[in-house]
Structure formats: C-alpha cells, structure tokens
Design a protein around this ligand. Structure first.
Ligand code: SF4
Length: 376
C-alpha cells in the first residue's frame, strides 16, 4: 500500500474593502454580491481536485487574499468546513488566515478560531498614521493594536504582523519606531517586506510623475538590517529573507513551500504544484467563476525542480539540508550546483549538514542563485 502523500492547501479570497495604492495582488474592492457565488465555486473546485488527487495528508492550510476577513465569518467558515471535509487537516496542522486590522470583530474571530483557524496574520504595514494614508490602507495604527488584542481574546496566540519598509517619505527613525511598536505587542512572528512599485498602481504612477520618491537601494538594505537588529533584540530571529520569529513559531505553511512540498491552490489566481505538475487558476474573479482553472499545466523537468530548490531553499537562513536534498533528488548537491565561488567569497557556507547563504549572500540572493544554477 502506498503511503498517503501530503499537500498543503492555499485558499485565495480575492475581495477587499478598498484597493490599497501599491497593490497589484489579485483582489477587488466591492463585489459583495459575488461573495456567495465565489465560495460555491471554490467548494466545487475542491470537489473536482479531490476526485483527481484523492486523499492527502494536509500539514497546513493558508487562507490569503485579498482580505479573507472581508467575507462574513459564516460564509468563510462554511467554505472551510467543506474543504476540510474533503481534505481533513492533520491533527497538528497550522491553519492560518490573513486579515486586515480594520476588518475584524471579536465574534467573527471567535467563529474562525472555532472552525479550526489557529494562526492569524495581520497586514499592519506601519504604525505611522501618515504612511498608512500614503499606502491607502483602511486602518489606523490603533486598529492594529486593537486587532491583536481582539485576536488574543478570541484565542489566537500564533499572530503575525506584516510590515513594510522603503516607503515614500519613510526614514530610519520612523521605521525603527514601527518595529518597536510591533515588538511591544509581544507577538511571535513578524514579516518585513520592502515596497515594490508595481506597474499600474497609483503609487507607481505618482513616482513616475515625481510626486513621491522612495528610499534608494542602500537605504532599503539599511532598513532591512535595522529590522534584523531590532527584532533579534526582541527574540525574533530572521529565518527567511523577509521573516522573523520566536523559536518554534516559524510559519509552517511557508516553510513547506520553501522546502518544495506539494501545494494545492484553490480559488482565483491560486497556483498549485501537485505530483510534479504546476498549474494556475485564472487570475480574475470573473475568469475563475467562468470555470477557468488548471491552466498552463506544466510537468516540471528535473532541471526546473533543481532550479526551484535552489531559489526557494536558499531563502531560508538555515539553508538546504544536504541529506534531505539527496533523498529528494538522488543526487549529490555539490555535483549539481556551482558553490565554490560563493563559498570562497563569503556568500555561502556549509555547516552542520546544511548549505546556506551568509548574511552577505542573502543580500544578493538572486545573483547567488544564478551562480548556483549556471550549469543546469
Ligand atoms: S488589503 Fe492587501 S490585498 Fe487588499 S488591496 Fe490592500 S494590499 Fe491589496
């Protein structure tokens, strides 16, 4: 008998109260009249993938968006119930949802907790009121504090805040202040992302017209170092390029993704990697509702998989475990990748059975990966 294979599950909820000025994620404001129809479509997709792949162990579930908590909790819980009926999460599975600090109530968070959700990730972005307005966020700094307190009252201990740096007009001082306020909440996990001006967003337009400017690359790197220092002093260690956690509180869903585990994406814009085949669902709500799922199915070649393993594995500060690499690919790590120059230049090291990038290597991770995969 074959053992049951594992797959993490991602559920995309593409609705938001309002579109933030920097956002190019698959999400739309309004569309309340489509909430029910969308959840029905995701349930139908879950049935169809169940028929295709059958039972799976489910070590983690991540509900992202968009703003999942824009959905009435009854609707979101009924969607989870149906997905969990087909794909029951493992006993100790991490079941996480994203949430906007401006969209949570105690009653609704209690419902989500009762439905099995045990991790909540708030898109806080900044504790600076002016910067939140610049970003077009719907919440204030005090909403963030209230949301964390409400989540705790509802029974959540595993709480993350997403923060952003390299924002227009942001200084090292205002960034440090945001980090300090986040740390003072005593949460176990913080993610720090630098602002990317994505084409087609309002902020990118303003930057092109010279109406705003963002910190240069050196300042951006200095802000990342500030985050690492302030968070480390508070006991949150960097375990991935953008993620910091207290020991044992790393995001299990993301770790499995970086380690190359299978994942099943449900909903519009969701991507999947199942049994070595990658595919995506239509990125638009209407396209998804029209049934456009499992697009661009592509069987990954060995060199695709090796490239992905280098790209994702080196994001983690612990790096790539050499024995696990051999078990997965049946190949010697050092015969596959070019590592000598990286090691000689202090960008990578081998220690305790892992190959990992140093801090200096993580600063240039893209270039380090290109060097590693040069001969693939
Ligand atoms: S809340 Fe998140 S997904 Fe929604 S518009 Fe803002 S950044 Fe985009």
């Amino acid at each position: 008998m074959h053992p049951v294979k594992a797959a993490s599950i991602y559920i995309h909820i593409p609705f938001c109260v309002r579109k933030c000025f920097y956002c190019d994620f698959a999400s739309q404001a309004g569309r309340q009249s489509d909430f029910g129809r969308y959840c029905d479509a995701v349930k139908a997709e879950a049935h169809s993938v169940y028929e295709r792949y059958g039972k799976r162990e489910v070590p983690s579930v991540f509900i992202g968006g968009g703003t999942p908590t824009v959905l009435p909790a009854d609707l979101l819980c009924s969607l989870l119930e149906e997905v969990f009926r087909l794909f029951p999460p493992d006993e100790n599975a991490e079941i996480a949802t994203e949430a906007n600090p401006g969209t949570v109530t105690l009653e609704e968070l209690r419902q989500l907790r009762a439905a099995g959700v045990n991790r909540i990730s708030f898109g806080a972005q900044s504790f600076d009121e002016a910067l939140l307005r610049t970003l077009g966020r719907i919440h204030t700094p005090s909403d963030i504090t209230r949301a964390v307190e409400t989540a705790r009252e509802a029974g959540f201990e595993n709480i993350n805040l997403d923060l952003m740096y390299a924002l227009p007009g942001q200084t090292q001082d205002t960034w440090r202040e945001t980090l300090r306020k986040a740390v003072s909440l005593g949460i176990p996990h913080i993610s720090c992302y630098s602002l990317i001006l994505e084409e087609g967003t309002l902020l990118a337009e303003k930057a092109a017209k010279g109406e705003i400017s963002v910190p240069d690359d050196d300042t951006c790197l200095a802000m990342q170092k500030t985050a690492a220092r302030v968070l480390s002093q508070a006991g949150l260690e960097r375990y991935e390029i953008s993620n910091y956690a207290k020991p044992g509180m790393e995001c299990g869903h993301n770790l499995r993704y970086w380690e190359g585990g299978d994942y099943l994406g449900l909903g519009c814009a969701a991507h999947s990697l199942m049994d070595g085949v990658r595919y995506r669902n239509d990125a638009s709500i209407d396209g998804y509702l029209a049934g456009n799922t499992r697009l661009d199915a592509q069987e990954l070649s060995t060199s695709d998989r090796l490239e992905e393993a280098a790209m994702l594995g080196t994001r983690m500060t612990r790096g790539i475990e050499l024995a696990a690499f051999y078990d997965r690919f049946g190949m010697d790590f050092f015969k596959v990748y070019r590592t000598e120059t990286l090691i000689a230049n202090g960008l990578a090291v081998i220690s305790d059975g892992f190959f990992r990038l140093t801090d200096k290597g993580l600063d240039v991770q893209d270039a380090a990966v290109l060097e590693m995969i040069r001969d693939l």
